[in-house]
Design a protein around this ligand. Structure first.
Ligand code: DGT
Ligand code: CA
Length: 588
């Protein structure tokens, strides 16, 4: 949120433009400007989101000015942003608000209007000042605040503090690619790779680690420090340069000689525990391993790639995402590293929302996006009736959607469209549509979206009851966590996994980069128990079908192969899985 995305060497994407429009709306609210001004930016973002054309073309042809809800002033700003990669108005707006007030937006229970009051009436400019003010009960007399609000804000601050200084993989990966792309073309550079938690495909990262090999290290160090996205150089030496980017994230560049590259890349990829285990193995074999090389006494054992380094230690290659000291070294010793799942193995995507509930694209548009991705099926699963907050479908709406699906399939047989629903798991574990209605769908996804604060025992029983429904095919986002924002609800995940295995219910790995739920550590446990995982985009826009890649990263981290994945089945096989569910209900 409120990120410096405009200091970029690459073309500005539509997503970036949408985010900046929404950020401007928020920043204007934070400043206490006329609400009508912020609304104009939010509306412009919504209108632009619906446009199918490429953002650069819309600007180049001037078509941007004829979009309803985009007035001449905003059109001019968008033109500046898209053509120069930077928007001066946005930069000035950000600079005019204390960073602490922007950070407050991350706290649940605090919106821009409240923050404006806190900053302007109480003169609060940082999260710590706000925490202190809460502890001194200074919020109680403010209009629209009270004891409950103050407690909620305090809890929100605790949460923000616990997540501080980590970033979502998805918000950093693109930035790291820009950095490595920039470094690769510098004079004297022979190799550049991202390292650290980012290369290990972790769900969140603290910083961007990059390792480069160069014959001209000083030139590279200077070029890195002088990049336009660098806000501050925090350390600069011959082999290491540390910077902070305008977006707030730190980036470390390690520069080594070309011969040291594989050892350094391995070392800075980590994880620390994996490195410790590998160093121990090297020692037992009579070697010494560090970031400079693999040595037998004084002699360097020459390795030109990481593969050769693992090979010298009697191991097959270990993909970075498995380097977490979770049995990968033992597996590599017996050449038992699994053939990890990849996009090419994915046959279709399930758990897709349309504009009939809270998605923003039409069914037709989503289906064409799925076709363009080469998918052989797509599973529509809008929200069900009691999800009022998300435009849950009534029985009539369900019938209309099914008729529309039949009509589209009659015109275009591929991709096949499975009729699904994301049914609410009510507090007692029942689903919110009757089984007779649920049976009209090809598949049912059961999901918890309410009553998060139940005891672990009640929540577990609630979910087990939903799994007992013979029509439940998939359990969505099983722990309800939101990365860097909301902890999982209390639930005995082992019992949930056992019951899902017992009833052949697939467990979702939600590919939304904010969720990535089930966690990869638990996926590994689930696979050991024989669970089937559905890697689902939970998309609310056609473009978000591509989020599947974040899910695949985590699936790989959880040691998943295609045979563990529901949506690696082909259209006939998955159709049979769904039919078996309905047959089971008829027999029960
Ligand atoms: P992060 O940054 O918290 O998301 O996680 P990492 O794994 O990227 O950690 P970071 O940036 O502190 O260090 C990058 C890698 O460098 C780490 O995975 C392994 C290596 N490394 C750093 N410090 C040590 C250390 O004290 N011992 C060993 N063996 N390796 C280290
Ligand atoms: Ca790191």
């Amino acid at each position: 949120m409120i990120d410096d995305l405009t200091h970029t060497a690459l073309a500005v994407t539509k997503d970036t433009v949408l985010r900046i429009l929404n950020d401007i709306g928020l920043l204007l609210e934070l400043k206490g400007e006329n609400p009508f001004k912020s609304r104009a930016y939010y509306q412009a973002a919504r209108a632009l989101e619906k446009e199918s054309g490429d953002i650069a073309d819309l600007v180049a042809t001037g078509a941007i000015s004829s979009i309803k809800s985009i007035g001449p002033a905003i059109a001019k700003k968008l033109t500046e942003l898209v053509t120069t990669g930077r928007l001066d108005y946005y930069e000035q707006l950000k600079a005019s608000i204390p960073p602490g007030c922007i950070e407050m937006l991350k706290a649940p229970g605090l919106g821009p209007k409240k923050i404006h009051i806190l900053c302007n009436v109480l003169g609060i400019a940082t999260l710590s000042e706000l925490e202190q003010a809460c502890r001194e009960n200074r919020l109680l007399d403010l209009p629209g605040f009270g004891q409950k609000t103050q407690e909620k804000i305090l809890a929100g601050i605790e949460q923000v503090k616990s997540y501080r200084d980590r970033y979502l993989y998805a918000s950093v990966a693109g930035r790291a690619e820009e950095l490595t792309g920039f470094l690769r073309v510098q004079e004297g550079v022979t190799a550049v790779e991202t390292a650290g938690s980012l290369r290990r495909l972790c769900e969140t990262v603290k910083d961007i680690d990059v390792v480069a090999a160069s014959a001209a290290p000083e030139i590279l160090a200077d070029a890195f420090a002088a990049m336009p996205s660098v806000a501050q150089v925090t350390a600069k030496g011959a082999t290491k340069v540390s910077v902070r980017l305008f977006s707030g994230i730190a980036a470390d560049l390690r520069i080594v000689s070309p011969g040291q590259f594989p050892y350094a890349l391995h070392h800075f990829t980590g994880s620390k525990d994996h490195n410790t285990a590998l160093r121990g193995r090297a020692k037992r074999m009579g070697f010494k391993l560090n970031e400079y090389g693999l040595f037998e006494g004084e002699r360097l054992i020459h390795c030109s790639t990481e593969e050769e380094l693992f090979g010298a230690l009697g191991l097959c290659y270990i993909p970075p995402e498995l380097r977490e000291a979770m049995g990968e070294i033992e597996a590599a010793e017996g050449s038992a590293i699994p053939d990890l799942i990849d996009m090419k193995d994915v046959k279709g995507l399930l758990h897709v929302h349309t504009d009939m509930s809270d998605g923003s694209d039409s069914l037709e548009r989503i289906v064409s996006a799925a076709r363009a991705m080469g998918l052989s099926y797509i599973g529509i699963a809008d929200h069900s009736i009691s999800a009022a907050y998300a435009g849950g479908l009534s029985e009539e709406a369900v019938k209309r959607q099914h008729a529309l699906i039949d009509e589209i399939m009659a015109r275009h047989p591929s991709p096949h469209i499975f009729k699904g629903i994301e049914a609410e798991i009510l507090a007692d574990g029942s689903l919110d549509f009757s089984d007779d209605i649920l049976e009209t769908f090809d598949f049912v996804i059961a999901a918890v979206h309410s009553h998060f604060s139940m005891s672990a025992e009640s929540m577990t029983n609630r979910i087990l009851t939903a799994l007992d429904n013979p029509l439940t095919a998939i359990l969505a986002h099983p722990t309800g966590r939101l990365l860097l924002a909301r902890k999982p609800y209390a639930v005995d995940i082992d019992r949930v996994i056992d019951r899902a295995v017992e009833h052949s219910v697939a467990i979702e790995l939600n590919a939304n980069p904010l969720r990535l739920d089930l966690d990869w550590r638990q996926i590994r446990q689930a696979l050991e128990k024989g669970a089937l995982i559905a890697i689902n985009p939970d998309s609310h826009r056609a473009a978000d079908l591509k989020d599947i890649r974040f899910g695949l990263n985590i699936a790989r981290k959880g040691w998943m192969t295609p045979k563990h994945c529901l949506n690696c089945l082909d259209v006939k096989e998955i159709g049979d899985v769904f039919s078996r569910k309905r047959n089971r209900r008829r027999k029960s």
